[in-house]
Design a protein around this ligand. Structure first.
Ligand code: GCB
Length: 608
Protein backbone atom coordinates (compact mmCIF):
# COMPACT_ATOMS: atom_id res chain seq x y z
CA UNK A 1 0.00 0.00 0.00
CA UNK A 2 1.20 3.49 -0.80
CA UNK A 3 1.57 5.68 2.32
CA UNK A 4 -1.24 8.20 2.35
CA UNK A 5 -1.41 11.11 4.76
CA UNK A 6 -5.01 12.05 3.94
CA UNK A 7 -7.08 12.81 7.02
CA UNK A 8 -9.35 9.84 7.86
CA UNK A 9 -12.94 10.34 6.61
CA UNK A 10 -16.03 8.18 6.54
CA UNK A 11 -17.64 8.17 3.07
CA UNK A 12 -19.64 5.84 0.86
CA UNK A 13 -16.50 3.72 0.40
CA UNK A 14 -14.47 4.32 3.59
CA UNK A 15 -14.89 3.41 7.24
CA UNK A 16 -13.14 4.70 10.34
CA UNK A 17 -13.19 3.25 13.87
CA UNK A 18 -11.50 5.14 16.69
CA UNK A 19 -9.09 3.05 18.76
CA UNK A 20 -8.71 5.78 21.39
CA UNK A 21 -9.41 4.93 25.02
CA UNK A 22 -7.69 3.01 27.77
CA UNK A 23 -4.77 0.89 26.52
CA UNK A 24 -2.22 -1.20 28.41
CA UNK A 25 1.21 0.29 29.05
CA UNK A 26 4.61 -0.89 30.27
CA UNK A 27 8.14 0.52 30.48
CA UNK A 28 10.90 -1.59 28.96
CA UNK A 29 14.18 -0.19 30.38
CA UNK A 30 16.21 -3.26 29.35
CA UNK A 31 14.77 -3.24 25.78
CA UNK A 32 13.89 -6.90 26.13
CA UNK A 33 10.27 -6.64 24.93
CA UNK A 34 10.75 -8.03 21.42
CA UNK A 35 12.93 -10.88 22.63
CA UNK A 36 10.44 -11.76 25.37
CA UNK A 37 7.42 -11.71 23.07
CA UNK A 38 5.77 -8.53 24.35
CA UNK A 39 4.81 -8.26 20.68
CA UNK A 40 1.94 -10.62 21.56
CA UNK A 41 0.91 -8.95 24.82
CA UNK A 42 2.48 -7.14 27.77
CA UNK A 43 3.40 -9.27 30.78
CA UNK A 44 2.94 -6.70 33.57
CA UNK A 45 1.12 -3.61 32.34
CA UNK A 46 -0.81 -0.72 33.83
CA UNK A 47 -3.60 1.17 32.07
CA UNK A 48 -2.87 4.28 30.01
CA UNK A 49 -5.16 6.68 28.13
CA UNK A 50 -4.64 7.22 24.39
CA UNK A 51 -4.11 9.92 23.25
CA UNK A 52 -1.94 11.44 25.99
CA UNK A 53 1.67 11.93 27.03
CA UNK A 54 2.38 9.36 29.73
CA UNK A 55 4.74 11.60 31.72
CA UNK A 56 2.64 13.82 34.00
CA UNK A 57 0.04 11.15 34.69
CA UNK A 58 2.40 9.32 37.05
CA UNK A 59 3.15 10.44 40.61
CA UNK A 60 6.74 9.18 40.82
CA UNK A 61 9.71 10.86 39.21
CA UNK A 62 11.23 7.74 37.62
CA UNK A 63 8.07 7.27 35.57
CA UNK A 64 7.71 10.91 34.60
CA UNK A 65 11.32 11.19 33.50
CA UNK A 66 11.42 7.72 31.93
CA UNK A 67 13.63 7.56 28.86
CA UNK A 68 13.96 4.50 26.66
CA UNK A 69 11.58 1.89 25.20
CA UNK A 70 7.97 1.65 26.38
CA UNK A 71 5.03 -0.36 25.12
CA UNK A 72 1.34 0.06 24.47
CA UNK A 73 -1.20 -2.68 23.85
CA UNK A 74 -4.86 -2.83 22.86
CA UNK A 75 -7.33 -5.19 21.15
CA UNK A 76 -9.31 -4.19 18.08
CA UNK A 77 -12.15 -5.84 16.23
CA UNK A 78 -12.16 -6.08 12.44
CA UNK A 79 -15.68 -6.44 10.97
CA UNK A 80 -16.13 -9.43 8.65
CA UNK A 81 -17.71 -7.28 5.95
CA UNK A 82 -14.39 -5.41 5.56
CA UNK A 83 -12.77 -8.44 3.88
CA UNK A 84 -11.20 -7.79 0.45
CA UNK A 85 -10.47 -4.17 1.35
CA UNK A 86 -7.36 -2.44 2.68
CA UNK A 87 -7.24 -2.46 6.48
CA UNK A 88 -5.02 0.23 7.89
CA UNK A 89 -4.09 1.45 11.36
CA UNK A 90 -3.38 5.16 11.39
CA UNK A 91 -1.40 6.80 14.19
CA UNK A 92 -1.75 10.59 14.47
CA UNK A 93 1.71 10.58 16.10
CA UNK A 94 3.89 8.42 18.32
CA UNK A 95 6.74 10.30 19.99
CA UNK A 96 9.50 9.77 18.84
CA UNK A 97 9.80 6.25 17.37
CA UNK A 98 7.41 3.35 16.90
CA UNK A 99 7.40 -0.30 15.85
CA UNK A 100 3.95 -1.76 15.38
CA UNK A 101 2.97 -5.42 15.87
CA UNK A 102 -0.38 -6.99 15.07
CA UNK A 103 -1.08 -10.50 16.36
CA UNK A 104 2.65 -10.79 17.02
CA UNK A 105 3.82 -9.83 13.52
CA UNK A 106 5.68 -6.58 12.85
CA UNK A 107 3.62 -4.55 10.38
CA UNK A 108 5.52 -1.25 10.26
CA UNK A 109 7.71 1.29 11.97
CA UNK A 110 8.14 5.05 12.04
CA UNK A 111 10.70 7.63 13.15
CA UNK A 112 9.63 11.15 14.09
CA UNK A 113 7.21 12.14 16.81
CA UNK A 114 4.87 14.73 15.34
CA UNK A 115 3.36 13.42 12.11
CA UNK A 116 0.95 10.63 11.20
CA UNK A 117 1.79 7.26 9.72
CA UNK A 118 -0.16 4.24 8.50
CA UNK A 119 0.46 0.55 8.81
CA UNK A 120 -1.32 -1.87 6.52
CA UNK A 121 -2.56 -4.95 8.35
CA UNK A 122 -4.47 -6.91 5.68
CA UNK A 123 -2.22 -9.91 5.81
CA UNK A 124 -2.24 -10.37 9.54
CA UNK A 125 -5.75 -9.55 10.81
CA UNK A 126 -8.48 -12.04 11.66
CA UNK A 127 -11.94 -10.95 10.48
CA UNK A 128 -14.95 -10.86 12.77
CA UNK A 129 -12.58 -11.31 15.69
CA UNK A 130 -10.48 -9.30 18.08
CA UNK A 131 -6.86 -8.72 17.08
CA UNK A 132 -3.94 -7.70 19.26
CA UNK A 133 -2.10 -4.46 18.60
CA UNK A 134 1.23 -3.83 20.38
CA UNK A 135 3.40 -0.77 19.90
CA UNK A 136 6.99 -0.48 20.98
CA UNK A 137 7.73 3.24 21.37
CA UNK A 138 10.91 5.08 22.25
CA UNK A 139 11.52 8.67 23.38
CA UNK A 140 15.31 8.95 23.27
CA UNK A 141 16.77 12.10 21.75
CA UNK A 142 19.76 12.18 19.43
CA UNK A 143 21.55 14.44 16.97
CA UNK A 144 20.42 12.43 13.98
CA UNK A 145 16.73 13.22 14.32
CA UNK A 146 14.62 16.30 15.01
CA UNK A 147 14.15 17.69 17.59
CA UNK A 148 17.84 17.32 18.53
CA UNK A 149 19.10 16.31 21.92
CA UNK A 150 21.09 13.67 23.76
CA UNK A 151 20.36 10.73 26.01
CA UNK A 152 22.66 10.19 29.00
CA UNK A 153 22.77 7.56 31.74
CA UNK A 154 22.69 8.40 35.44
CA UNK A 155 24.88 6.64 38.03
CA UNK A 156 21.89 4.45 38.97
CA UNK A 157 21.70 3.15 35.40
CA UNK A 158 18.56 5.07 34.44
CA UNK A 159 18.51 7.04 31.22
CA UNK A 160 17.86 10.77 31.16
CA UNK A 161 16.77 12.96 28.23
CA UNK A 162 18.87 16.01 27.53
CA UNK A 163 16.89 18.13 25.08
CA UNK A 164 18.75 20.84 23.18
CA UNK A 165 15.46 22.73 23.34
CA UNK A 166 13.30 24.53 25.86
CA UNK A 167 10.22 22.35 26.14
CA UNK A 168 9.54 19.15 28.01
CA UNK A 169 10.27 15.98 26.06
CA UNK A 170 6.71 14.67 26.37
CA UNK A 171 6.20 11.26 24.83
CA UNK A 172 3.66 8.56 24.18
CA UNK A 173 0.83 7.97 21.73
CA UNK A 174 -0.08 11.64 21.80
CA UNK A 175 -2.63 11.81 19.00
CA UNK A 176 -5.63 9.69 17.96
CA UNK A 177 -5.29 6.15 16.60
CA UNK A 178 -7.79 5.02 13.97
CA UNK A 179 -8.63 1.80 12.22
CA UNK A 180 -9.48 2.44 8.56
CA UNK A 181 -11.17 0.40 5.88
CA UNK A 182 -10.26 1.65 2.41
CA UNK A 183 -11.09 0.17 -0.97
CA UNK A 184 -8.28 -1.65 -2.80
CA UNK A 185 -8.28 1.00 -5.49
CA UNK A 186 -8.15 4.18 -3.47
CA UNK A 187 -7.36 7.87 -3.47
CA UNK A 188 -3.98 8.38 -1.78
CA UNK A 189 -3.41 12.09 -2.27
CA UNK A 190 -5.17 15.26 -3.38
CA UNK A 191 -3.57 18.66 -3.88
CA UNK A 192 -4.99 22.08 -4.77
CA UNK A 193 -3.62 25.45 -5.80
CA UNK A 194 -5.76 28.54 -6.24
CA UNK A 195 -5.80 31.52 -8.61
CA UNK A 196 -8.26 34.37 -8.41
CA UNK A 197 -9.54 35.65 -11.74
CA UNK A 198 -11.93 38.56 -11.23
CA UNK A 199 -14.88 37.24 -9.28
CA UNK A 200 -14.03 33.59 -10.02
CA UNK A 201 -11.33 31.20 -8.86
CA UNK A 202 -9.39 28.65 -10.85
CA UNK A 203 -8.33 25.73 -8.73
CA UNK A 204 -5.60 23.52 -10.18
CA UNK A 205 -5.71 20.05 -8.70
CA UNK A 206 -3.86 16.74 -8.74
CA UNK A 207 -5.31 13.45 -7.51
CA UNK A 208 -3.20 10.36 -6.86
CA UNK A 209 -4.78 6.92 -6.77
CA UNK A 210 -3.60 3.33 -6.64
CA UNK A 211 -5.37 2.41 -9.89
CA UNK A 212 -6.21 3.43 -13.43
CA UNK A 213 -9.91 4.30 -13.22
CA UNK A 214 -11.22 7.77 -13.91
CA UNK A 215 -11.43 10.50 -11.27
CA UNK A 216 -14.18 13.08 -10.67
CA UNK A 217 -13.82 16.16 -8.49
CA UNK A 218 -16.91 18.01 -7.27
CA UNK A 219 -17.06 21.24 -5.29
CA UNK A 220 -19.96 22.03 -2.96
CA UNK A 221 -20.74 25.33 -1.26
CA UNK A 222 -21.70 25.68 2.40
CA UNK A 223 -25.36 25.04 1.64
CA UNK A 224 -24.53 21.79 -0.09
CA UNK A 225 -25.07 23.01 -3.66
CA UNK A 226 -22.69 21.66 -6.27
CA UNK A 227 -20.90 24.71 -7.70
CA UNK A 228 -18.21 23.15 -9.91
CA UNK A 229 -16.84 19.86 -11.14
CA UNK A 230 -14.04 18.43 -13.21
CA UNK A 231 -12.91 15.16 -14.69
CA UNK A 232 -9.49 13.49 -14.60
CA UNK A 233 -6.59 13.04 -12.21
CA UNK A 234 -5.27 16.53 -12.92
CA UNK A 235 -7.05 19.60 -14.11
CA UNK A 236 -8.48 22.98 -13.27
CA UNK A 237 -11.84 23.61 -11.65
CA UNK A 238 -13.49 26.97 -12.10
CA UNK A 239 -15.49 28.18 -9.11
CA UNK A 240 -17.74 31.05 -10.25
CA UNK A 241 -18.48 33.99 -7.94
CA UNK A 242 -16.09 32.54 -5.44
CA UNK A 243 -16.40 33.26 -1.74
CA UNK A 244 -12.82 33.68 -0.64
CA UNK A 245 -11.36 32.43 2.63
CA UNK A 246 -10.26 35.35 4.77
CA UNK A 247 -8.93 36.27 8.22
CA UNK A 248 -11.73 35.70 10.75
CA UNK A 249 -14.11 35.29 7.83
CA UNK A 250 -13.51 31.79 6.67
CA UNK A 251 -15.51 30.24 3.88
CA UNK A 252 -14.93 26.55 3.28
CA UNK A 253 -15.99 24.58 0.24
CA UNK A 254 -16.34 20.82 0.34
CA UNK A 255 -14.21 19.15 -2.32
CA UNK A 256 -15.38 15.60 -3.08
CA UNK A 257 -12.99 13.35 -5.00
CA UNK A 258 -14.25 10.10 -6.52
CA UNK A 259 -12.75 7.22 -8.41
CA UNK A 260 -15.46 6.03 -10.77
CA UNK A 261 -16.01 3.18 -13.18
CA UNK A 262 -19.11 4.13 -15.15
CA UNK A 263 -21.80 4.65 -12.53
CA UNK A 264 -19.92 2.77 -9.84
CA UNK A 265 -18.11 4.79 -7.18
CA UNK A 266 -14.93 2.84 -6.34
CA UNK A 267 -13.62 5.31 -3.77
CA UNK A 268 -14.78 8.62 -2.36
CA UNK A 269 -12.86 11.13 -0.27
CA UNK A 270 -13.68 14.68 0.78
CA UNK A 271 -11.96 17.63 2.38
CA UNK A 272 -13.05 21.10 3.47
CA UNK A 273 -10.97 23.69 1.68
CA UNK A 274 -10.81 27.47 1.76
CA UNK A 275 -9.98 29.22 -1.50
CA UNK A 276 -7.43 32.00 -1.09
CA UNK A 277 -4.05 33.17 -2.32
CA UNK A 278 -1.12 34.11 -0.14
CA UNK A 279 2.19 35.61 -1.23
CA UNK A 280 5.06 37.84 -0.20
CA UNK A 281 5.27 40.79 -2.57
CA UNK A 282 6.76 44.27 -2.38
CA UNK A 283 7.72 43.78 1.26
CA UNK A 284 4.19 42.77 2.32
CA UNK A 285 2.17 39.66 3.02
CA UNK A 286 -0.73 39.61 0.60
CA UNK A 287 -3.81 37.54 1.39
CA UNK A 288 -6.08 37.52 -1.65
CA UNK A 289 -3.95 40.37 -2.97
CA UNK A 290 -4.44 42.59 0.10
CA UNK A 291 -1.84 43.40 2.78
CA UNK A 292 -2.13 41.67 6.12
CA UNK A 293 -0.11 42.35 9.29
CA UNK A 294 0.49 39.25 11.42
CA UNK A 295 -0.51 39.47 15.10
CA UNK A 296 -0.33 36.53 17.40
CA UNK A 297 1.71 33.90 19.13
CA UNK A 298 4.26 31.21 19.19
CA UNK A 299 2.42 28.32 20.85
CA UNK A 300 3.00 24.84 22.21
CA UNK A 301 0.85 21.77 22.44
CA UNK A 302 1.05 21.70 26.22
CA UNK A 303 -1.41 21.40 29.08
CA UNK A 304 -1.65 20.17 32.65
CA UNK A 305 -1.52 16.38 33.11
CA UNK A 306 -2.15 15.50 29.46
CA UNK A 307 1.20 17.04 28.41
CA UNK A 308 1.25 17.10 24.63
CA UNK A 309 -1.69 14.71 24.20
CA UNK A 310 -4.41 16.05 21.92
CA UNK A 311 -7.15 17.59 24.03
CA UNK A 312 -9.91 19.29 22.05
CA UNK A 313 -11.10 21.20 25.12
CA UNK A 314 -7.76 22.99 25.33
CA UNK A 315 -7.61 23.46 21.55
CA UNK A 316 -11.03 25.10 21.52
CA UNK A 317 -10.26 27.30 24.55
CA UNK A 318 -7.03 28.46 22.86
CA UNK A 319 -8.93 29.57 19.77
CA UNK A 320 -11.49 31.41 21.91
CA UNK A 321 -8.66 33.26 23.68
CA UNK A 322 -6.86 34.01 20.43
CA UNK A 323 -10.06 35.54 19.01
CA UNK A 324 -10.78 37.49 22.22
CA UNK A 325 -7.34 39.09 22.24
CA UNK A 326 -7.54 40.23 18.61
CA UNK A 327 -4.83 38.01 17.12
CA UNK A 328 -4.89 36.54 13.62
CA UNK A 329 -1.85 34.27 13.44
CA UNK A 330 0.21 31.63 15.24
CA UNK A 331 3.33 29.58 14.62
CA UNK A 332 3.22 25.86 15.40
CA UNK A 333 6.42 26.17 17.41
CA UNK A 334 8.31 23.84 17.53
CA UNK A 335 6.73 20.94 15.61
CA UNK A 336 3.71 20.25 13.40
CA UNK A 337 0.57 20.16 15.58
CA UNK A 338 -2.33 17.71 15.50
CA UNK A 339 -4.37 17.93 12.29
CA UNK A 340 -7.46 18.94 14.25
CA UNK A 341 -5.74 22.25 15.08
CA UNK A 342 -5.31 23.17 11.40
CA UNK A 343 -8.93 22.28 10.64
CA UNK A 344 -9.99 24.62 13.44
CA UNK A 345 -7.70 27.36 12.11
CA UNK A 346 -9.32 26.89 8.68
CA UNK A 347 -12.74 27.28 10.24
CA UNK A 348 -11.87 30.26 12.43
CA UNK A 349 -9.86 32.12 9.80
CA UNK A 350 -6.44 32.05 11.49
CA UNK A 351 -3.13 32.27 9.65
CA UNK A 352 -0.66 29.51 10.55
CA UNK A 353 3.10 29.39 10.14
CA UNK A 354 3.70 25.66 10.09
CA UNK A 355 6.98 24.59 11.67
CA UNK A 356 9.01 21.37 11.45
CA UNK A 357 10.45 19.89 14.68
CA UNK A 358 13.92 21.14 13.68
CA UNK A 359 14.88 22.70 16.99
CA UNK A 360 18.15 22.28 18.88
CA UNK A 361 20.35 22.43 15.77
CA UNK A 362 22.99 24.39 17.64
CA UNK A 363 26.22 23.45 19.37
CA UNK A 364 26.11 23.79 23.11
CA UNK A 365 27.05 27.09 24.73
CA UNK A 366 30.13 25.45 26.23
CA UNK A 367 31.37 24.41 22.84
CA UNK A 368 30.68 27.91 21.57
CA UNK A 369 32.67 29.53 24.34
CA UNK A 370 35.59 27.22 23.74
CA UNK A 371 35.46 27.96 20.03
CA UNK A 372 35.15 31.69 20.44
CA UNK A 373 37.96 31.94 22.94
CA UNK A 374 40.17 29.90 20.66
CA UNK A 375 40.86 27.51 23.51
CA UNK A 376 39.05 24.41 22.47
CA UNK A 377 37.61 22.39 19.65
CA UNK A 378 35.67 24.25 17.03
CA UNK A 379 32.85 22.18 15.70
CA UNK A 380 29.96 23.85 13.95
CA UNK A 381 26.66 22.05 13.98
CA UNK A 382 26.30 21.48 10.26
CA UNK A 383 29.72 19.99 9.58
CA UNK A 384 29.48 16.98 11.83
CA UNK A 385 29.90 13.45 10.57
CA UNK A 386 26.24 12.85 11.34
CA UNK A 387 24.92 15.91 9.45
CA UNK A 388 23.99 13.94 6.29
CA UNK A 389 21.87 11.55 8.36
CA UNK A 390 20.15 14.44 10.10
CA UNK A 391 19.50 16.15 6.77
CA UNK A 392 17.95 13.00 5.32
CA UNK A 393 15.58 12.72 8.29
CA UNK A 394 14.79 16.46 8.19
CA UNK A 395 13.85 16.12 4.49
CA UNK A 396 11.55 13.19 5.28
CA UNK A 397 9.79 15.17 8.01
CA UNK A 398 9.49 18.28 5.81
CA UNK A 399 8.02 16.14 3.04
CA UNK A 400 5.41 14.58 5.32
CA UNK A 401 4.51 17.91 6.93
CA UNK A 402 3.92 19.56 3.55
CA UNK A 403 2.07 16.51 2.25
CA UNK A 404 -0.19 16.51 5.31
CA UNK A 405 -0.84 20.26 5.56
CA UNK A 406 -0.64 21.60 1.99
CA UNK A 407 -4.39 22.04 1.38
CA UNK A 408 -5.15 24.06 4.51
CA UNK A 409 -6.11 27.64 3.71
CA UNK A 410 -4.84 28.59 7.16
CA UNK A 411 -1.30 27.43 6.43
CA UNK A 412 0.42 30.43 4.86
CA UNK A 413 4.10 29.63 5.33
CA UNK A 414 6.63 26.94 6.24
CA UNK A 415 9.08 27.49 9.07
CA UNK A 416 11.82 25.01 8.30
CA UNK A 417 13.95 25.40 11.45
CA UNK A 418 13.91 27.16 14.81
CA UNK A 419 17.07 28.90 16.06
CA UNK A 420 19.68 26.88 14.19
CA UNK A 421 23.33 27.80 14.18
CA UNK A 422 23.89 30.07 11.16
CA UNK A 423 27.09 32.00 11.73
CA UNK A 424 29.31 29.69 9.69
CA UNK A 425 29.22 29.03 5.93
CA UNK A 426 29.00 25.30 6.55
CA UNK A 427 25.31 25.82 7.44
CA UNK A 428 24.28 27.32 4.09
CA UNK A 429 24.12 24.13 1.93
CA UNK A 430 21.95 22.44 4.57
CA UNK A 431 19.49 25.35 4.45
CA UNK A 432 19.48 25.65 0.65
CA UNK A 433 18.78 21.95 0.32
CA UNK A 434 15.68 22.14 2.54
CA UNK A 435 14.36 25.45 1.25
CA UNK A 436 14.58 24.24 -2.38
CA UNK A 437 12.91 20.99 -1.38
CA UNK A 438 10.01 22.85 0.28
CA UNK A 439 9.29 24.70 -2.96
CA UNK A 440 9.54 21.52 -4.96
CA UNK A 441 7.04 19.78 -2.64
CA UNK A 442 4.51 22.61 -2.32
CA UNK A 443 2.23 23.26 -5.29
CA UNK A 444 1.21 26.57 -3.67
CA UNK A 445 4.87 27.63 -3.28
CA UNK A 446 4.18 29.12 0.12
CA UNK A 447 6.80 31.50 1.51
CA UNK A 448 9.57 29.84 3.53
CA UNK A 449 11.32 31.06 6.64
CA UNK A 450 13.24 29.96 9.72
CA UNK A 451 13.38 31.54 13.19
CA UNK A 452 16.69 33.39 13.57
CA UNK A 453 18.40 33.23 16.98
CA UNK A 454 19.75 36.35 18.79
CA UNK A 455 23.37 35.44 18.09
CA UNK A 456 22.71 35.53 14.33
CA UNK A 457 23.03 39.18 13.41
CA UNK A 458 22.91 41.11 10.14
CA UNK A 459 26.68 40.91 9.75
CA UNK A 460 27.13 37.33 11.06
CA UNK A 461 24.16 35.27 9.84
CA UNK A 462 25.04 33.30 6.71
CA UNK A 463 21.60 31.86 6.01
CA UNK A 464 18.85 34.51 6.22
CA UNK A 465 19.02 35.05 2.46
CA UNK A 466 17.25 31.72 1.82
CA UNK A 467 14.10 33.09 3.48
CA UNK A 468 11.17 34.62 1.59
CA UNK A 469 10.55 36.56 4.80
CA UNK A 470 12.84 36.72 7.82
CA UNK A 471 11.64 35.67 11.29
CA UNK A 472 13.55 37.01 14.28
CA UNK A 473 13.53 35.62 17.83
CA UNK A 474 14.72 38.53 19.97
CA UNK A 475 14.95 39.02 23.74
CA UNK A 476 16.44 42.51 24.21
CA UNK A 477 15.39 43.51 27.72
CA UNK A 478 15.12 39.93 28.94
CA UNK A 479 18.12 37.70 28.24
CA UNK A 480 20.26 40.75 27.55
CA UNK A 481 20.13 44.21 29.13
CA UNK A 482 17.14 43.41 31.31
CA UNK A 483 15.73 45.36 34.25
CA UNK A 484 16.97 48.92 34.64
CA UNK A 485 19.12 48.31 31.55
CA UNK A 486 16.04 48.47 29.32
CA UNK A 487 17.10 51.80 27.85
CA UNK A 488 20.27 50.20 26.51
CA UNK A 489 18.26 47.23 25.32
CA UNK A 490 16.12 49.50 23.17
CA UNK A 491 19.17 51.24 21.72
CA UNK A 492 20.89 47.93 20.93
CA UNK A 493 17.69 46.58 19.41
CA UNK A 494 17.31 49.60 17.12
CA UNK A 495 20.93 49.35 16.09
CA UNK A 496 20.41 45.74 15.04
CA UNK A 497 17.23 46.60 13.15
CA UNK A 498 19.02 49.41 11.32
CA UNK A 499 21.56 46.79 10.28
CA UNK A 500 18.87 44.52 8.85
CA UNK A 501 17.16 47.51 7.23
CA UNK A 502 20.31 48.23 5.25
CA UNK A 503 20.59 44.72 3.74
CA UNK A 504 17.10 43.19 3.70
CA UNK A 505 16.21 44.10 0.12
CA UNK A 506 12.44 43.72 -0.27
CA UNK A 507 12.00 40.98 2.31
CA UNK A 508 9.49 41.62 5.09
CA UNK A 509 10.57 40.76 8.63
CA UNK A 510 8.46 39.47 11.48
CA UNK A 511 9.16 38.67 15.10
CA UNK A 512 8.48 35.02 15.83
CA UNK A 513 9.57 35.45 19.45
CA UNK A 514 9.91 38.22 22.02
CA UNK A 515 8.83 37.84 25.63
CA UNK A 516 9.62 38.05 29.32
CA UNK A 517 9.06 35.39 31.99
CA UNK A 518 6.30 36.62 34.29
CA UNK A 519 4.80 35.08 37.39
CA UNK A 520 1.08 35.79 37.70
CA UNK A 521 1.60 36.11 41.47
CA UNK A 522 4.19 38.91 41.20
CA UNK A 523 3.31 42.61 41.25
CA UNK A 524 5.84 45.31 42.01
CA UNK A 525 5.99 49.09 41.74
CA UNK A 526 8.39 50.12 40.39
CA UNK A 527 8.71 46.99 38.31
CA UNK A 528 11.25 44.22 38.62
CA UNK A 529 11.93 41.39 36.20
CA UNK A 530 9.42 38.53 36.59
CA UNK A 531 6.65 40.93 37.70
CA UNK A 532 3.56 41.65 35.65
CA UNK A 533 4.55 45.32 35.56
CA UNK A 534 7.89 44.44 33.98
CA UNK A 535 6.24 42.29 31.31
CA UNK A 536 4.21 45.35 30.25
CA UNK A 537 7.24 47.66 30.14
CA UNK A 538 9.17 45.07 28.18
CA UNK A 539 6.35 44.63 25.67
CA UNK A 540 5.85 48.39 25.31
CA UNK A 541 9.53 48.81 24.47
CA UNK A 542 9.39 46.04 21.89
CA UNK A 543 6.24 47.43 20.29
CA UNK A 544 7.82 50.91 20.11
CA UNK A 545 10.64 49.39 18.09
CA UNK A 546 8.32 47.36 15.85
CA UNK A 547 6.15 50.39 15.16
CA UNK A 548 9.07 52.43 13.91
CA UNK A 549 10.03 50.11 11.00
CA UNK A 550 7.57 49.80 8.10
CA UNK A 551 9.11 46.55 6.94
CA UNK A 552 8.33 44.77 10.20
CA UNK A 553 5.17 43.05 9.11
CA UNK A 554 4.24 40.93 12.06
CA UNK A 555 4.59 40.24 15.79
CA UNK A 556 4.16 36.79 17.31
CA UNK A 557 4.85 37.06 21.02
CA UNK A 558 6.51 34.23 22.98
CA UNK A 559 4.46 32.47 24.27
CA UNK A 560 0.68 32.10 24.11
CA UNK A 561 0.66 30.29 27.48
CA UNK A 562 3.13 29.16 30.15
CA UNK A 563 4.47 25.72 29.30
CA UNK A 564 6.45 22.86 30.79
CA UNK A 565 10.19 22.56 30.28
CA UNK A 566 12.95 20.41 31.75
CA UNK A 567 13.66 21.51 35.32
CA UNK A 568 16.64 23.82 35.89
CA UNK A 569 17.82 27.14 37.26
CA UNK A 570 16.62 29.06 34.21
CA UNK A 571 13.02 27.94 34.63
CA UNK A 572 10.59 28.22 37.55
CA UNK A 573 8.74 24.94 36.92
CA UNK A 574 8.44 25.73 33.24
CA UNK A 575 8.70 28.70 30.93
CA UNK A 576 6.57 31.57 32.24
CA UNK A 577 6.57 33.85 29.20
CA UNK A 578 2.91 33.07 28.61
CA UNK A 579 0.46 35.88 28.02
CA UNK A 580 -1.95 33.36 29.51
CA UNK A 581 -1.19 30.96 32.32
CA UNK A 582 -0.89 27.25 31.61
CA UNK A 583 -4.52 27.00 32.80
CA UNK A 584 -5.47 29.48 30.04
CA UNK A 585 -6.31 32.50 32.22
CA UNK A 586 -5.04 36.00 31.35
CA UNK A 587 -2.01 37.67 32.88
CA UNK A 588 -2.18 41.48 32.86
CA UNK A 589 -0.30 41.52 29.56
CA UNK A 590 -3.27 39.87 27.85
CA UNK A 591 -5.31 43.04 28.33
CA UNK A 592 -2.49 45.19 26.91
CA UNK A 593 -2.35 42.99 23.85
CA UNK A 594 -6.12 43.13 23.44
CA UNK A 595 -5.97 46.93 23.50
CA UNK A 596 -3.14 47.01 20.94
CA UNK A 597 -4.34 44.32 18.56
CA UNK A 598 -8.00 45.35 18.55
CA UNK A 599 -6.77 48.73 17.33
CA UNK A 600 -4.23 47.65 14.72
CA UNK A 601 -5.92 47.51 11.33
CA UNK A 602 -5.47 44.28 9.41
CA UNK A 603 -3.48 46.14 6.74
CA UNK A 604 -1.29 47.93 9.31
CA UNK A 605 1.82 49.24 7.49
CA UNK A 606 0.33 48.07 4.20
CA UNK A 607 0.61 50.10 1.03
CA UNK A 608 -1.99 52.82 1.03
C1 GCB B 1 13.84 30.69 22.24
C2 GCB B 1 13.34 29.37 21.80
C3 GCB B 1 12.14 28.93 22.61
C4 GCB B 1 12.36 29.24 24.08
C5 GCB B 1 12.51 30.74 24.23
C6 GCB B 1 12.78 31.18 25.67
O1 GCB B 1 14.54 31.39 21.56
O2 GCB B 1 13.04 29.33 20.43
O3 GCB B 1 11.94 27.55 22.39
O4 GCB B 1 11.32 28.77 24.87
O5 GCB B 1 13.59 31.17 23.48
O6 GCB B 1 11.83 31.49 26.37
O7 GCB B 1 13.93 31.19 26.07
Amino acid sequence: MIQSLLYPRVTETRRVISLDGMWKFQFDPASKGVEENWTKGLPDSCSMPVPASFCDIFTDKDSREYTGDFWYETDFFVPGEWKDNEIVIRFGSVTHRARVFVNGTEVGSHVGGFLPFNVCVNDVVKYNQYNKLCVQANNELSETMIPCGATATLSNGKKISQPYFDFYNYAGIQRPVKLLMLPKESITDFTVNHRITGSDAEVDYVVETTGQNNVLVEVYDKKGNKVAEANGKTGTIVVKDVKLWNVHAAYLYKFVVKIVDGDTVIDEYYDTIGIRTFEVKGGHFLLNGKPVYLKGFGKHEDADIRGRGLDMVTVKRDFELMKWIGSNCFRTSHYPYAEEVYYMADEEGFLVIDETPAVGLMESTMNFLAANQGTGKKVTFFEKETTPILLEHHREVLKDMIKRDKNHASVIAWSILNEPETNHESATPYFENLFDYAHELDMQKRPRTFAVIMMSLPHTCKCWQVCDFVSLNRYYGWYVMGGYGMVDAEAAFRKEMDGWGAIRGERPFIFTEYGADTLPSEHKLPSVMWSQEYQKEYLDMNHRVFDSYDWIQGELVWNFADFQTTEGIMRANGNKKGIFTRQRQPKDAAFHFKERWDNLPIDYKGEK
